[in-house]
Design a protein. Structure first.
Length: 581
């Protein structure tokens, strides 16, 4: 019983979604979670020049080319020839689609004077004409552009409301997925009459605003009966590929992460980052004052990425690609070869070219098209010229989220306006990124040198030491700072200290060798003295031995003489005795 009850409880929350028709417009289907309601009318409203006609026409064209659903486009303002010509720059060939019997373009002229004379207004003629167009090609999609032109001559609000409801009901009965465009109303109404938005099942509001002389188009889904949908404002871009809408990326922080590493292109920096470099799919911020080598670091990273046969997309907001390529040759980094091999792609534009959101849409499109492994933005601080710090941060959060979902590694460079770390002006990105490198000027002894710090690097051991950052014609290197008696020494002070210590070492070596020679001389003198004493000792010993031998010899001779004398004396006695006998 408990399990059965639990199952029923679970199914209560799984409401079935209404059938949806994908628009085929890049990003719009993600916002509406599948498209606009199938077999129901959708209202697209907005002011002049916001893209209503283009969006509805793209809905028809994408339906034919991507989903094989024929469509009818009924215009009340622009003639069919004008419409076809206006969209050729987007790659839409309406004439060909008409010849293939997949598209029906129809222009209907509403004569206001006839309505004013007769006082009558009847949509029956429109229904017959529209019904014939739908049936002739088996249309699944219909667009009416615009509803104001259709009802422009009608002043009686009662008749207008009745005819409007009748039109929407007729479209539903036909079972076609319809888009009706409408002009933006005044005050609190989103449409001119204020009724269309209540009758429609789905209402999409387009907005074209100019802030600080920068044009931005935005889209918002006001309502969607029977379906969940994104409720935020979304920027959209109109370019040679049609309309692209950028949905806000997921804020659930459930993205996959990688433990793979990629090299920074600077071996000494890789050693500081646990000897392996950055995490793949991570984000890196390189900040520093002007002239500290931020672009050089980014170029080395791009160069190393391309050497590994991976793709790099470089967004330049300050210098042209030719400038960057020329300048990097001076440090032996050849980016042109990677451009030629189509591994490196530059996209250079002034920030003031678009609004922030349109920059984001443009980046989104290029990234999806080029499919890079690494993206570089150099520098992000230039974006402040077209938005506040909080707006730039919001944009970059969305970009970082999107790139992390795609497992693309991103490097930002940011200009700091001062050298105090606690007052960094990195547009608040330092808290978002995985690795933060700070390059600072260190002024000492009348010189300006560079020092690099790793402020943080999430998920890995990293050096807490300051490294002197050196740019030479052979590339970039990081050398250990030198600790002298007065603290950290860099640049010529470090070299002077090294030279001084080397001189001291030579002097010490020389002093030691002199001491060694003096000891050697003393050793030889002592050895000579020892040899002389040894000789004297041997002479004395020999003299003593000679005296001792002589004494022994004298003693022996004396003993012999005494024995001989004794014998003689005894002999004499013996002979005397014999003679007496």
């Amino acid at each position: 019983m408990t399990n059965h009850h639990h199952k029923n409880k679970k199914t209560v929350f799984n409401y079935p979604q209404i059938p949806k028709t994908p628009t085929g417009i890049n990003g719009l289907d993600e916002i509406t979670e599948g498209g606009i309601p199938t077999g129901r009318p959708t209202l697209i409203c907005g002011g002049a020049g916001c893209g209503k006609t283009l969006m509805s026409l793209e809905f028809i064209v994408r339906g034919i080319t991507q989903f094989n659903e024929p469509g009818v486009f009924m215009a009340f303002e622009e003639k069919t020839a004008e419409l076809a010509m206006n969209v050729t720059s987007l790659g839409f060939d309406l004439v060909k689609l008409q010849e293939e019997k997949k598209l029906k373009l129809d222009y209907v002229h509403i004569d206001r004077s006839e309505i004013e004379e007769t006082g009558e207004y009847d949509l029956e003629g429109l229904f017959i004409r529209l019904g014939f167009a739908i049936d002739s090609i088996g249309a699944k999609r219909v667009v009416l552009d615009t509803i104001e032109s259709l009802f422009s001559g009608l002043t009686n609000q009662g008749i207008l409301r009745a005819e409007l409801r009748r039109l929407f009901t007729w479209l539903k009965e036909k079972g076609v997925t319809a888009i009706i465009t409408g002009e933006r109303g005044e005050g609190n109404t989103f449409t001119r009459q204020g009724l269309e938005e209540y009758v429609s099942d789905c209402v999409i509001l387009l907005d074209h605003r100019v802030i600080n002389q920068i044009s931005t188009r935005r889209l918002r889904v006001l309502k969607y009966r029977g379906s969940l949908h994104g409720t935020n404002e979304y920027p959209f871009l109109i370019d040679e590929d049609g309309i692209s809408v950028l949905p806000v990326t997921s804020l659930k922080l459930e993205k996959e992460v990688s433990t793979d590493r990629i090299s920074s292109g600077i071996p000494a920096l890789d050693k500081m980052l646990d000897k392996k470099g950055f995490f793949k799919g991570g984000s890196v911020l390189v900040s520093g004052t002007a002239g500290t080598g931020k672009t050089s670091i980014a170029a080395c990273f791009a160069n190393e990425t391309c050497k590994q046969q991976k793709r790099c997309l470089y967004f330049a907001f300050e210098e042209s690609p030719k400038q960057i390529i020329r300048n990097m040759k001076s440090i032996s980094v050849d980016l042109q070869q990677h451009v030629d091999d189509e591994l490196l792609m530059f996209h250079a534009s002034r920030p003031t070219l678009y609004g922030l959101e349109q920059h984001l849409v443009a980046m989104y499109k290029i990234i999806q098209s080029f499919k890079p492994d690494v993206v570089i933005l150099d520098p992000i601080t230039n974006l402040v010229t077209i938005g506040s710090v909080s707006e730039v941060k919001a944009m970059l959060i969305r970009l970082i989220d999107f790139l992390q979902e795609e497992q693309i590694t991103v490097m930002f460079t940011a200009l700091t306006l001062n050298s105090v770390v606690s007052e960094q002006t990195d547009e608040g990105v330092s808290s978002l990124v995985d690795t933060w490198l700070l390059v600072r000027d260190i002024e000492f002894n009348g010189e300006r040198n560079r020092g690099m710090y790793i402020m943080k690097s999430r998920g890995m051991k990293h050096s807490n030491q300051v490294r002197e950052f050196i740019i030479t014609d052979k590339g970039i290197d990081l050398v250990d700072v030198y600790l002298g008696p007065d603290g950290v020494l860099i640049g010529s002070a470090r070299e002077a200290q090294k030279l001084q210590e080397k001189t001291g070492e030579v002097l010490r070596t020389n002093a030691l060798s002199m001491k060694d020679r003096e000891i050697d001389r003393k050793r030889k003198v002592l050895q000579a003295k020892i040899a002389s004493l040894q000789s004297e000792f041997e002479s004395a010993e020999e003299e003593l031995n000679r005296i001792s031998i002589e004494e022994e010899l004298v003693k022996k001779i004396t003993e012999n003489n005494r024995s001989a004398l004794t014998k003689l004396r005894r002999g004499d006695v013996h002979n005397e005795n014999n003679n007496g006998i």
